[in-house]
Design a protein around this ligand. Structure first.
Ligand code: AP5
Ligand code: ZN
Length: 207
């Protein structure tokens, strides 16, 4: 199974990815998680990316495309993969198409902007695994602790209200065009075209 999860910041891509990757036994390729790991490791990429991420902007297409192409060479991607937060621009989507990276389904998670701010302000994450919680909507079993490891949960640096607003604007300006891009491709009937599904992201996580 080869999937793309498309949706605004806070739509629940990472949350759903946790379940989908288990069900299909495929790796989650989250460019956001990869960048946060680079920031934590203090690599050159991490240092450059941190400024952009904290400002709510997008890291350059060349860097992201390179990261993903390298990741796809790893053996765990042989039976499929789940893209989370990638592609995010037309050049990123084109690069995958040109490289012949197969996609079975594009799943768009649709959540109105009004709901996003509240989701982000209550989000807590376990940095090592990327597991995501919400203080109200999806609380951990023990407050402030990861369910699996018991380790401390943190708030993401880019979850401040001003940064979230900027990220939403960037989504509408640069990523939302992919809704049309993949819909058109899906409807083209071309060989290798993915199927497209739009899913309401406002119900309970399990739904
Ligand atoms: P990234 O990490 O990809 O962030 P994002 O796309 O902004 O998405 P989020 O991770 O914020 O949201 P999500 O959809 O995963 O929601 P979640 O499941 O956590 O990217 C971060 C940054 O890295 C970017 O801003 C950019 O700078 C850079 N970057 C990354 N990829 C890039 C790329 N390809 N190109 C260029 N730059 C890139 O859920 C959110 C909250 O809601 C949680 O608290 C959760 O518990 C809660 N929640 C989830 N589902 C529900 C529900 N159904 N009901 C109620 N609450 C819910
Ligand atoms: Zn995420």
């Amino acid at each position: 199974m080869r999937l793309i999860l498309l949706g605004a910041p806070g739509a629940g891509k990472g949350t759903q990815a946790t379940y989908i990757k288990e069900k299909y036994g495929i790796p989650q390729i989250s460019t956001g998680d990869m960048l946060r790991a680079a920031v934590k490791a203090g690599t050159e990429l991490g240092l450059a990316a941190k400024k952009v991420m904290d400002a709510g902007g997008l890291v350059s297409d060349d860097i992201i495309i390179g990261l993903v192409k390298d990741r796809l060479k790893e053996p765990d991607c042989a039976n499929g993969y789940l893209f989370d937060g990638f592609p995010r621009t037309i050049p990123q989507a084109d690069a995958m198409k040109e490289a012949g990276v197969a996609i079975d389904y594009v799943l768009e998670i649709d959540v109105p902007d009004e709901a996003i701010i509240e989701r982000m302000s209550g989000r807590r994450v376990h940095p090592a695994s990327g597991r995501t919680y919400h203080v109200k909507f999806n609380p951990p079993k023990v407050e402030g602790k990861d369910d699996v490891t018991g380790e401390e949960l943190i708030q993401r640096d880019d979850d401040k209200e001003d940064t979230v607003k900027k990220r939403l604007q960037v989504y509408h300006d640069q990523t939302e065009v992919l809704v049309d891009y993949y819909n058109k491709w899906a409807q083209s009937g071309q060989p290798g075209a993915p199927k497209y599904r739009k899913i309401a992201g406002v119900g309970p996580v399990e739904a």
